[in-house]
Design a protein around this ligand. Structure first.
Ligand SMILES: Cc1cc2nc3c(=O)[nH]c(=O)nc-3n(C[C@H](O)[C@H](O)[C@H](O)COP(=O)(O)O)c2cc1C
Length: 146
């Protein structure tokens, strides 16, 4: 977990403002409660650990956009490090901020942007996905110009 969190802490950010805090939840009852913050958070309840990405409320539209980009990078750094360690991960959005705050205890000037559920797959070692649900390479990549 410390390696995963260290990867998030080292993420790049606009002006190096590092607008993230990580709250790590491992207690299974707490995880079940935390999963109630969003209808698509079922995997959080069943995770071995979940990292809550907490951030300051943006002060304007520019800060909001930078924040989204920077939190995305920190999230991806955590997830790539986890993958490298054979640990599966999955995002969850957060709907009920009041519930998230009461469970996690972060200050009123912060919000919980995402939850990242982590765990070892039960049935197999983590491996590259054989059939990837992604747009084709040649459709996405434009060499030289569009
Ligand atoms: C910003 C963002 C929010 C997401 N929110 C949720 C979520 O609330 N619940 C969930 O189960 N998955 C969530 N996901 C996971 C995506 O559904 C998933 O990455 C996408 O369907 C591709 O699937 P794959 O990553 O397994 O290839 C989210 C992913 C991102 C990038």
């Amino acid at each position: 977990m410390e390696l995963v969190l260290e990867a998030g802490r080292r993420s790049p950010s606009a002006g190096n403002w590092q607008p993230w805090d990580f709250v790590v939840v491992t207690d299974s009852n707490d995880l079940k409660e935390l999963a109630r913050v969003w209808q698509g958070a079922g995997h959080v309840a069943r995770s071995a650990a979940t990292v809550a990405i907490v951030a300051p409320e943006p002060r304007d539209e520019q800060e909001r956009q930078l924040l989204q980009f920077d939190l995305g990078q920190a999230t991806m750094c955590l997830m790539v490090e986890a993958t490298d360690l054979g640990i599966g991960s999955g995002h969850s959005a957060v709907g009920d901020q009041d519930l998230a705050r009461s469970l996690l205890g972060f200050p009123v000037d912060r919000f919980c942007a995402y939850l990242i559920g982590l765990g070892y797959p039960l049935d197999r070692p983590l491996a590259p996905i054989a059939s990837l649900k992604r747009r084709p390479f040649d459709e996405v990549v434009h060499w030289g110009r569009w």
